[in-house]
Design a protein around this ligand. Structure first.
Ligand code: PGA
Length: 243
């Protein structure tokens, strides 16, 4: 199981350091679950320093495919590696929705990051309109297909996160059946080892979602901002993994 906290545009370096110290104290000994935290770029250093030797890995929320160049606002793979960062989230729906990220740029970012030895969480998922129009399968085939084309042989460092856009930050979650179906579909399109579920995962629904077949972890937004709720989700994953 992999539980990743996506902080989005929350927590500067000071808050990050305090959070990480608290998190390590609570889940330092937890077995059977890989834990990832993805703070904003400016807080990566604080997280890496605080979590050194903890086993908790720090990911960025994006990464560019080029080595360097005229790409204002972007960060390269080698910059992340030099900062002690272990991986990156790519293609999050907020990047797609608000910042013009496409299937192609998502796949390009993912392939380049893996090639450099970084871990990757590549996000896919349908909007409410697409679900209501019965297009979920087509959307997932297109999004996952682009990743598969760029990375024909998935390795263990790559996880796909299925995040129905209508469930992100809304308090609505996919039903366990919806999650199971979508995850099975992703795996049938592309033999990736881990498919994470994302979209309003909280301590109260973590067990129900994480116990579904083909749900190999979670990408957690809002509930990753508090040490207690994030810890509770990590503990649930560790418990399910053992049983
Ligand atoms: P949420 O966000 O848990 O706040 O819904 C999940 C995500 O966007 O990764």
């Amino acid at each position: 199981m992999l539980i990743a906290g996506n902080w989005k545009m929350h927590k500067g370096p000071g808050e990050t350091a305090a959070f990480c110290a608290g998190l390590w104290e609570l889940i330092g000994e937890l077995e059977g679950v890989d834990v990832v935290l993805a703070p904003p770029f400016v807080s990566l250093h604080a997280a890496v320093e605080e979590l050194e030797d903890s086993g908790i890995r720090v990911y960025a929320q994006n990464v560019h495919w080029a080595e360097e160049g005229a790409f204002t606002g972007e960060v390269s793979r080698s910059m992340l590696i030099a900062s002690g960062v272990a991986g990156a989230i790519v293609g999050h729906s907020e990047r797609r929705q608000y910042f013009g990220e496409t299937d192609e740029t998502t796949a390009q970012r993912a392939a380049a990051a893996l090639e450099a030895g970084l871990g990757v969480i590549a996000c896919v998922g349908e909007t409410l309109e697409e679900r209501e129009e019965g297009e979920t399968e087509d959307v997932l085939r297109r999004q996952v297909g682009a990743i598969a084309e760029a990375i024909p042989e998935p390795d263990a460092a790559l996880a796909v996160a299925y995040e129905p856009v209508w469930a992100i930050g809304t308090g609505k979650t996919a039903t366990p059946e919806m999650a199971r179906e979508a995850h099975a579909l992703v795996k049938s399109i592309y033999p990736v080892e881990r498919v994470l579920y994302g979209g309003s995962v909280k301590p109260e629904n973590a067990e129900e979602l994480l116990s579904q077949e083909d749900v190999d972890g979670a990408l957690v937004g809002g509930a990753s901002l508090e040490v207690d709720s994030f810890t509770a989700i990590c503990e649930t994953a560790a418990r399910l993994n053992r049983s």
